[in-house]
Design a protein around this ligand. Structure first.
Ligand SMILES: Nc1ncnc2c1ncn2[C@@H]1O[C@H](COP(=O)(O)OP(=O)(O)OP(=O)(O)O)[C@@H](O)[C@H]1O
Ligand SMILES: [Mg+2]
Length: 521
């Protein structure tokens, strides 16, 4: 291995965290974590769900106080008692949980707490002007118009996420933590963000980058630091490590459960039941439309796993919600040949249709209620009256074990779980129901490699049992790896259906961008 001598004047780290520990009751979120990042360096912080990444990010940015350990910034000890203090020092973050105030405009959100002032009042003109300048970095990749005056409430998740980035930039950070900030962005938006990150790096900014998408880490980071169960277990230069080794570090060298999702020869295609086209029709749509979703015809057969892709926010979620009866629709729906018209999700559930939402904060969970209750919410009928708690608990424990949800107890509130573990609970809710038709709305966002692999296996199992699955994902590799057929949506219309020879990365990207002749519609 070439001995790459560090340059004679290797700069001191801008930030270094040493021996950080943090407990929440009986849960040790961090035990012995360390991390350092230099000016002009992008460090990827990796680890399985619940390994402590967000906790460490929150400690660096003054949101959470550590129980033990030291922080130094710019060569001096750093003691933070609140986020404002960190921001004043030039340390800020973009988190996976969005923090914008829906009722305020983009500009008001971006400058909240440090509004430009003039003659004793808020200088709205300057505020809007500076916001417009910052928004210009993302010109051309917004899927809806975003102006300083736009109300945040009217924006889809991907645009909100970009506004979060802009908000962080308004503090002119020297150190920026991006905690799964790419999870709800589409491919173009991620590309742009990475261009910007490279520019910031040139300009001397230090970046800590958290993501569960391995390809992103290899594209943008200089170095990777790996956390396992709250302990920093390794550190590698990106040029000197491969994905396999990082996954080994994350999982402790045990069996690597990751399924390689490269091309459609990976798990899904292999799981395709032979003669699938002969299987009975489960779902039939004729001129089905809802909101932005333009009239479409679609036939899904028993045991089919069909993907829905395209750029973020092109009507994919709306399509699934409409099928689930959560929003109104027009046109005809037949389920196993019988006409149905669900006016609410309860009717859909009763007919054997289940829906796994992607946005865990808004739709999937009751955060303050216990994990057990959240898991069994859709199932409680099965446990009779009075409730057979023992059985409900045992079944919940099995789901938790299946998905490797890291928790202290089934009785703690979901709000205590890490982002990825909470999403596993959302998925877990539906697994034991054996639906006829399973609607998945970007379910693996923020879920770690092992849990993803576990979910893929579960999908294959459900498919083998005859469940029909409609699977929206913002992760192209997932669509290509799992699905036999992928519908690509743009502006509410299905503009291409990829299968067989056209089911590859090139066609998928081309179709998502609206390129002509990308696939037969
Ligand atoms: N406020 C809290 N109360 C109780 N436990 C918590 C709290 N915040 C975090 N934890 C626990 O600390 C551990 C680390 O959580 P953290 O959010 O840092 O993980 P993470 O690495 O960011 O995971 P993910 O990839 O899922 O986002 C988890 O076991 C989590 O349940
Ligand atoms: Mg996290």
């Amino acid at each position: 291995m070439p001995d790459r001598d560090p340059p004679a004047s290797t700069p001191e780290p801008l930030l270094s965290a040493r021996g950080i520990a943090k407990r929440y009751g009986a849960v040790r979120a961090l035990e012995e974590a360390s991390l350092s990042v230099r000016a002009g360096e992008v460090v990827a912080l990796l680890g399985a769900n619940g390994s402590g990444k967000s906790t460490l990010g929150k400690i660096i940015t003054g949101i959470t106080r550590p129980d033990a350990g030291t922080l130094t910034f710019d060569g001096a000890p750093l003691h933070l008692s609140e986020p404002a203090q960190a921001r004043r020092r030039g340390i800020t973050a973009v988190y996976q949980e969005l923090s914008l105030v829906p009722d305020l405009s983009v500009a008001e959100n971006v400058w909240l707490g440090h509004e430009p002032v003039r003659r004793g009042g808020i200088d709205r003109r300057t505020m809007k002007g500076r916001t417009a300048e910052l928004l210009a970095s993302f010109a051309g990749v917004f899927s809806v118009p975003v102006e300083p005056d736009t109300l945040v409430d009217s924006l889809p998740p991907s645009e909100r996420q970009l506004v979060e980035v802009v908000k962080a930039l308004a503090w002119r950070p020297r150190l920026l933590v991006l905690d799964e900030a790419t999870a709800s962005l589409d491919a173009r938006q991620v590309d742009r963000l990475f261009e910007l990150v490279r520019g910031w790096r040139e300009g001397g900014m230090a970046v800590v980058f958290v993501s569960h998408r391995m390809n992103e880490i290899f594209r943008v980071a200089d170095r990777a630091v790996v956390l396992r169960n709250g302990v920093t277990v390794g550190e590698r230069r990106i040029g000197e490590v491969d994905e396999q080794e990082l996954v080994q570090l994350m999982t402790g060298g045990g069996a690597v459960a990751a399924i390689a999702l490269e091309g459609h020869d990976a798990p899904g295609a292999a799981a395709a039941p032979p003669g699938a086209t002969e299987a009975p029709v489960v779902l039939e749509l004729r001129r089905f439309a809802s909101g932005v979703v333009a009239p479409l015809d679609l036939t899904l057969r028993q045991g089919e796993l069909v993907g829905v892709g395209g750029l973020q926010g092109q009507g994919q979620s709306r399509l699934l919600l409409a099928l689930f009866g959560a929003v109104p629709h027009q046109g005809e729906v037949r389920l196993e040949g019988a006409p149905v018209a669900f006016r609410n999700p309860r009717q859909a559930l009763r007919a054997g249709v289940a829906y796994v939402p992607g946005d865990r904060n808004r739709e999937g969970l009751l955060p303050v209620r216990p994990i057990l209750e959240n898991l069994q919410l859709p199932n409680w009928r099965r446990y009779g009256t009075p409730l057979r708690m023992e059985r409900a608990r045992r079944d919940a424990a099995a789901v938790v074990a299946d998905l490797d949800v890291r928790l202290a107890s089934l009785d703690e509130p979901v709000a205590n779980l890490s982002g990825g573990n909470a999403q596993k609970v959302v998925i877990g809710k539906w697994l034991s129901r054996r639906p006829k038709l399973l609607l998945l709305d970007d379910p693996t966002k923020g879920v770690d490699v092992n849990a993803k692999a576990e979910l893929y296996r579960l999908l294959a199992r459900l498919q083998a049992q005859g469940t029909t699955i409609l699977f929206h994902s913002s992760d192209d590799a997932e669509l290509l790896g799992l699905c036999q057929r992928v519908l690509v949506m743009q502006d509410g219309r299905v503009t291409a259906t990829l299968e067989g020879d056209t089911l590859d990365q090139r066609h998928l990207v081309a179709a998502a961008m609206g390129a002509q002749g990308a696939g037969a519609a």
